[in-house]
Design a protein around this ligand. Structure first.
Ligand code: NAP
Length: 335
């Protein structure tokens, strides 16, 4: 059994699909209220728990041989943030894995860790990495750079508003990676000896500047590459100005500054060879990323694509999370 955290995320759902496509048994750790039923057609099992609840992690880990940890916090809230999810939640997850004798853990970290000393996203990722390395568990830590999907988000804003703010330096060198390719890297890492007990920087096949990635994303999708650049100095000012509105915006702007202002280059063809994966060329990935939308962003896609097959689920703490509380979905399996 493979436990996937962050299964409802942009990366996580691709991981679940990749693992299920080769018939592996998958259990997704999902929160009540998540768009989990997006994954029903894969035949995965669900465990309803939360990274902030160590007891639920221990129970979710029952009978689990491998863990793929792809959770994250895109926008912090007062009770779900980098500290209690990305740092403490990850540490608790690895402790539970250790106690349950898990054979190997793949953890999706983030490029830029070495630059973001005072940025909560990166301090949390560092704490998680250190805990995993020090746990005695067999592990692979992947540090991806910017996703192709991030440029698709910018292009969607161009489509909606005719223009967008492009953060950081236009000339920053990056290797945008499509989450489907990253998912395959996660899957390969489960039993690839050459990445065992290693921290591996990963990315897409081609190195390009942030400005070019944005332009090529727009052109691949028939849009004008129309952007106002917000350079690092301006991003820092925005982060300071955003402080009264709460840490979530300040933290987010600081993380964007690190990701879009520091070169983050990998040898794409070597990454492909290391994992034995043909990485999608940028233009192909750009069209796919622009077309695919997460169900939470696109209710039409939800209605069209969700297949309500029967699935198995374990509900943690009956009485706290009840079937009636869950979003509309298929009935529990009766056998
Ligand atoms: N986007 C990028 O450019 C980029 C670059 C490098 C690395 N990364 C890393 O890649 C990973 C995946 O990113 P992504 O864009 O796929 O993230 P995402 O779409 O924001 O998904 C985050 C996932 O984490 C889950 N989660 C959040 N809080 C949780 C909690 N308290 N308990 C259990 N699950 C929780 C979410 O579940 P819900 O559905 O319940 O919210 C969701 O499934 C992250 O670690 C991110 O830091 C991203």
């Amino acid at each position: 059994m493979i436990l996937v955290t962050g299964a409802t995320g942009r990366l996580g759902h691709q991981i679940v699909r990749a693992l299920r496509s080769v018939g592996l048994d998958v259990r997704c750790l999902v929160r009540k209220g998540s768009e989990y039923y997006w994954l029903n057609d894969t035949g995965t099992a669900y465990f309803f728990g939360d990274l902030r609840d160590p007891e639920s992690l221990s129970r979710a880990m029952r009978g689990v041989k491998h863990v793929v940890a792809a959770h994250g916090v895109r926008t912090e809230s007062t009770d779900n943030h980098h500290k209690n999810v990305n740092a403490e939640g990850s540490v608790a997850l690895f402790e539970a894995a250790k106690k349950r004798g898990v054979a190997h853990v793949v953890y999706v970290s983030c490029a830029g860790i070495e630059h973001g000393a005072d940025v909560p996203l990166f301090t949390a990722k560092r704490a998680a990495e250190e805990a995993l390395v020090g746990s005695g568990l067999s592990y692979t830590i992947l540090r991806p750079g910017i996703f192709v999907q991030n440029f698709a988000d910018l292009a969607r804003r161009v489509e909606a508003n005719g223009n967008v703010f492009l953060p950081g330096k236009k000339e920053t060198a990056v290797n945008p990676v499509h989450t489907r390719d990253l998912a395959l890297m996660c899957m390969a890492s489960l039993d690839l000896a050459s990445v065992k007990n290693r921290i591996v920087h990963v990315g897409g096949p081609e190195t390009m500047t942030v400005g070019d990635a944005f332009r090529r994303m727009c052109e691949a999708n028939g849009l004008p590459a129309s952007a106002w650049n917000v350079p690092p100095s301006a991003l820092k000012a925005v982060a300071a100005l955003a402080r009264p509105a709460g840490r979530r915006w300040t933290n987010r702007v600081k993380a964007l500054d690190v990701l879009y202002s520091h070169d983050c280059v990998v040898d794409g063809p070597e990454i492909g060879k290391l994992f034995g994966i043909p990485l999608a060329p940028f233009e192909e990935a750009a069209v796919a990323a622009f077309t695919e939308r997460h169900p939470s962003e696109d209710p039409t896609a939800r209605d069209e694509k969700v297949v309500h097959r029967q699935f198995t689920a374990t509900i943690y703490e009956p009485g706290v999370i009840k079937w009636d509380d869950l979003p509309a979905g298929p009935p529990p399996r009766q056998d």
